[in-house]
Design a protein around this ligand. Structure first.
Ligand code: SF4
Length: 226
């Protein structure tokens, strides 16, 4: 598996926000989202080939049962199932972060953290935009992921007009437990995060969806490896 980085931090988003976790970032993502904060992990070669045993040795330095497999897009990485199986242990909690663009069965995953992409993520480059938009909402894959795993749906909200597409998306995925849906502000900096959080918090109060923080932006201003 090509590993982009391994680091220990607080889970920044979703229902486990604030939990000390080990992040294993896999290399490779075909999506090219406009506001992606991990562009350095897009290339499938953006890292070092490491065996599961090497990764196990590296993560044994950290004192937490929570492991987050992230990317990039882990679900498009060849050998993901075997890799996650090698990391899984009784008492260990594994989250897999994905855009939900494809489905893999049988993963030992305690939380499938799905972030369906809205049109606000479409790249500006016209060629990349066509490819991105063809992939970004895979209804069948999303449905199967939600059926097969405990999940959360995390929507990145850039502007109030994103709420209609989110509602449409949820209608197509229905039934969805509202407890499993959270909205989080799109923000490249702490200042942008704080500004957008104000109106997004009000939106959450009106809609009943949870507000997800992005602690990596709020605490560390989006520095990589944190
Ligand atoms: S799916 Fe995630 S990792 Fe891939 S480009 Fe989009 S935000 Fe970045």
């Amino acid at each position: 598996m090509v590993i982009n980085e391994i680091f220990y931090s607080l889970q920044g988003e979703g229902r486990l926000a604030g939990v000390p976790s080990i992040f294993v970032r896999l290399a490779g993502c075909p999506m090219r989202c406009r506001w992606c904060d991990t562009k350095y992990a897009w290339s499938p070669q953006a890292g070092r080939e490491q065996s599961a045993q090497e990764v196990l040795t590296e993560i044994s330095r950290f004192d937490t049962a929570y492991i987050v497999i992230t990317g990039g897009e882990p679900m498009t990485c060849t050998g993901l199932n075997e890799f996650v199986r090698a990391l899984a242990r009784p008492g260990r909690h594994i989250t897999i972060e994905t855009a939900g663009i494809c489905h893999l069965p049988g993963l030992p995953c305690d939380l499938m953290s799905i972030s369906p992409k809205l049109s606000n993520s479409t790249p500006k480059d016209p060629e990349l935009a066509v490819e991105h938009d063809a992939k970004r909402f895979n209804l069948k894959a999303l449905r199967v992921l939600m059926a097969d795993y405990d999940y959360q749906l995390k929507f990145v909200v850039d502007a109030p007009q994103d709420l209609d597409p989110i509602a449409q998306c949820l209608r197509r995925l229905a039934p969805v437990d509202p407890y499993k849906v959270c909205l989080m502000p799109q923000a490249a900096s702490r200042a942008e995060y704080l500004e957008k959080s104000q109106w997004l918090a009000q939106t959450c109060l009106q809609t009943g969806f949870s507000f997800s923080p992005r602690l990596q932006v709020m605490l560390w201003d989006n520095q990589s490896g944190k």
